[in-house]
Design a binder for this molecule. Structure first.
Ligand SMILES: C[S@@+](CC[C@H](N)C(=O)[O-])C[C@H]1O[C@@H](n2cnc3c(N)ncnc32)[C@H](O)[C@@H]1O
Length: 334
């Protein structure tokens, strides 16, 4: 049985139409074999999916409901599902490393990306994060994405078109450096959210601050602690942002089999750190942070003195140390 692709709803071209109902010709379908191996195919009338153990006909899947099974000529049964965005992102072609779904979810939630929002994103890389942002703003929002590399932008556009089935109406991709391109692309103070996934986000803070609306959120995804420190200090030095907050998320899968219910042995131990801050209204300066003068450590990048508190140490009062020493003395004498 063959079914032609459903026309996209012009009012909501990337919405529910393409995500529900029976499998259609031209759609991607994820097949899982009895050993749990995944194969992604694009359905075509008259086409076949071959493995070293037999083949199956795409026509057996076209018109079947999502979540069907299909058996090939060698009797191997496959489960067929429409890939979720998270499945698609993990299997799509990559130019640069992608933001994993667990971090994309955190970014959408903690940057508070809402339907209809205007979002600026750089760099685009393979487009994984762009797709989550587009999902969150919807067809009537706006995602302005910036990418230095033309070849990466081409891969990202192709990946998004393949997933959404159309060129997403909310998306523009500009090839160029964010610092040079952003001021030409958006009016100052009009952007709700900025998401940076790049090597040196601190270099972009000036243009980002100009673009963000008062109260707008900046969120940066960085791979290393040194980048995290540098972007935090740059945001503080800029003076137009709230005190930054940083975290990482660790997701540990669980093995579920009978009574053997336990954490999986393997996990992605590290993906990246997230750091957020919000744009202050024009002319507002952040409340003064009280910091002690340095006692011998120096930040190699800025030359500024660092305090033990810069490394997260809690100050211990001399009085507390004297009390502790006295009680130890008393213990050793008794
Ligand atoms: C790790 S990749 C981004 C991956 C992407 N978030 C994803 O989920 O697929 C970082 C990208 O930022 C781009 N980039 C770095 N600095 C940039 C800048 N100042 N302006 C625009 N793009 C930049 C790089 O070319 C690279 O493609």
């Amino acid at each position: 049985m063959t079914t032609s692709p459903a026309p996209h709803d012009p009012a909501s071209p990337t919405g529910a139409t393409g995500r529900r109902g029976p499998f259609l010709e031209g759609e991607r379908v994820q097949l899982t074999d009895p050993k749990g191996r995944l194969h992604t195919i694009t359905l075509g009338a008259g086409k076949q999916f071959h493995t070293h153990r037999g083949y199956l006909s795409h026509d057996d899947l076209i018109g079947s409901p999502d979540g069907s099974t299909v058996t090939n000529t060698a009797g191997v049964e496959y489960l067929a599902l429409r890939p979720l965005l998270s499945d698609y992102v993990m299997s799509m072609p990559r130019g640069a490393a992608v933001v994993y779904p667990k971090d994309a979810g955190q970014i959408v939630a903690f940057a508070d990306v809402f339907p209809g929002a205007t979002v600026v994103e750089a760099g685009v890389g393979s487009g994984a994060l762009s797709m989550s942002l587009l999902r969150a703003v919807g067809d009537h929002g706006r995602v302005h994405s910036f990418e230095r590399r033309d070849d990466f932008a081409t891969i990202a556009r192709a990946n998004a078109r393949e997933f959404f089935g159309v060129d997403h109406p909310a998306w523009t991709v500009t090839v160029g450096d964010l610092v040079e391109s952003l001021p030409e692309a958006v009016e100052p103070g009009t952007v709700d959210r900025v998401v940076l996934d790049m090597l040196a986000p601190w270099e972009c803070l000036e243009v980002v601050a100009d673009a963000l609306a008062p109260g707008g959120v900046l969120i940066c995804y960085v791979a290393t602690a040194t980048q995290l420190s540098r972007v935090a200090e740059a945001a503080r030095d800029h003076g137009g942002f709230t005190e930054p907050e940083a975290w990482e998320s660790l997701v540990r899968g669980w093995h579920l089999e009978g009574l053997a219910v336990r954490p999986q042995h393997r996990m992605h131990g590290h993906t990246g750190f997230l750091i957020t801050t919000r744009r202050l209204a024009p002319g507002v300066t952040p409340p003064l942070r009280k910091r002690r003068p340095g006692k011998g450590y120096t930040d190699v990048s800025t030359g500024e003195a660092l305090t033990p508190e810069d490394f997260g140490e809690r100050p211990v009062s001399d009085k507390k140390v004297r009390r502790l020493a006295r009680s130890l003395d008393e213990q050793s004498e008794s």
